[in-house]
Design a protein around this ligand. Structure first.
Ligand code: HEM
Length: 384
């Protein structure tokens, strides 16, 4: 299922609109796999977010980590999202594009002269991480620690473990210290503005502030690293398509959308709980059930896309669900798109001879239900 989940999802879509499946030790939930049903479910207020903290592993519900928009329903959600939504609009992100390009250029410069690198560790991870740190206005200290904690917290197999609990404690301390440091040295970036809002009294409390920073730091890199990695993996496996994009960079935005559809970086949307009976196709999910919505599966549904298992980088039909849908639609989508376009264009043009190092037929996919991305992608940069 980790290596190739697509045939399993195809069989599930064929068999029923929703399936009861085991999702943890002694815990079952419902998985929604078809496109129309998934789209409807993502926007259905009867599939609520706020009760999910009651069933999350304890380390995830520390108030300093969990009081954020992705765990909230309206009207709380509206208030929390509004505090930052203006900072992530397509226009604001366009203004930030030169900084993303500069961060990418510096990373590429640091790779010049090397032969074999890990495209994930050496480029796909540091790019979005540096970008989100700069946007929030936090120093990029302890990057490796932060990444290790973040990976542990998002890896469902580790959740509930002493390691995950320790990671959560470290994360709360880390974000808390960032906030203290920023209060002493305010600047023009997002965090200083949020601290000012918090200190003004009524807009958000302490835990909401650290939870928001945690959410932005984690959501800002855990997903985009997968998009860049998946895109480069697919292009390395298809040199003719890579060449077509190198020759015509104007085709890259459409290619990014197709990669988002074809190997969706967020495999399954975050957990929801039914607060009333919810009809999903011919199935009725009773109240009080955990519900998972598979974006990866919905995006391969033949009722929404022709020949869904073909990667067609020029595809223009359909609207993929890789960024979700409804009130929780990804706040960072405009930024993620800019990052991925810059990454693909820069890597293809700067390293035209890049080839995969090792077996492309058996890449190392990260485990877990939540994310679809590669743990490592060793490449040979070739002559450059
Ligand atoms: C929400 C995907 C990049 C911030 C979401 C959701 C998805 C998603 C599917 C909805 C989850 C749900 O409904 O359960 C992605 C993908 C990305 C990406 C595929 C990259 C390719 C980013 C970036 C940021 C970000 C760069 C940084 C700002 C957020 C936030 C939410 C969110 C704050 C919660 C929105 C809400 O609850 O209203 N993302 N994301 N994401 N994403 Fe992203």
């Amino acid at each position: 299922m980790t290596a190739n989940p697509h045939p399993v999802f195809a069989a599930m879509r064929h068999a029923a609109a929703a399936h009861e499946i085991p999702i943890g030790p002694g815990v079952t939930g419902w998985m929604v796999t078809r496109y129309e049903e998934a789209r409807r479910a993502l926007a259905d207020p009867r599939l609520a977010k706020s009760p999910t903290t009651a069933v999350m592993p304890p380390e995830m519900v520390k108030p300093g980590l969990s009081k954020h928009m992705l765990n909230s329903d309206a009207p709380e959600h509206t208030r929390l999202r509004k505090l930052v939504s203006m900072a992530f609009t397509p226009r604001r992100m366009e203004e930030f594009r030169p900084r993303v390009q500069a961060i990418s250029d510096a990373l590429i410069e640091s790779l010049k002269g090397r032969e074999v690198i890990d495209l994930i560790d050496d480029y796909a991870f540091p790019l979005p991480f540096q970008v989100i740190c700069e946007l929030i206005g936090v120093p990029m200290v302890d990057r490796d620690d932060f990444r290790a904690w973040s990976n542990l917290l998002l890896d469902q197999f580790a959740q509930g473990s002493p390691e995950a609990a320790a990671a959560a404690t470290s994360m709360v301390d880390y974000v808390g210290k960032l906030v203290i440091r920023k209060r002493d040295e305010p600047d023009e970036a997002l965090l200083s503005g949020l601290i000012a809002a918090r200190d003004a009294g009524d807009k958000l409390d302490d835990d909401e502030l650290t939870s928001l920073v945690f959410l932005l730091l984690v959501a800002g890199h855990e997903t985009t690293v997968n998009l860049i990695g998946n895109a480069m993996y697919l292009l390395l496996s298809r040199p003719d398509q890579a060449k077509a994009l190198r020759d015509d960079p104007a085709a890259i935005p459409a290619a990014v959308e197709e990669v988002l559809r074809f190997e969706s970086p967020v495999k399954t949307a975050t957990l929801r709980i039914s607060v009333a009976p919810v009809e999903v196709g011919e199935v009725t999910i009773p109240p009080g059930q955990l519900v998972l919505i598979s974006l990866l599966s919905a995006n391969r549904d033949s009722s929404a896309f022709t020949q869904p298992d073909e990667l067609d980088l020029t595809r223009s039909e359909g609207q993929h669900l890789a960024f979700g849908h409804g009130i929780h639609f990804c706040l960072g989508a405009p930024l993620a798109r800019i990052e991925a376009r810059i990454a693909i264009e820069s890597l293809l043009s700067q390293f035209p001879q890049m080839t995969a190092e090792g077996d492309l037929a058996s890449p190392q996919w990260r485990p877990g239900l939540l994310l679809r991305g590669l743990a490592h992608l060793p490449v040979n940069l070739g002559a450059h």
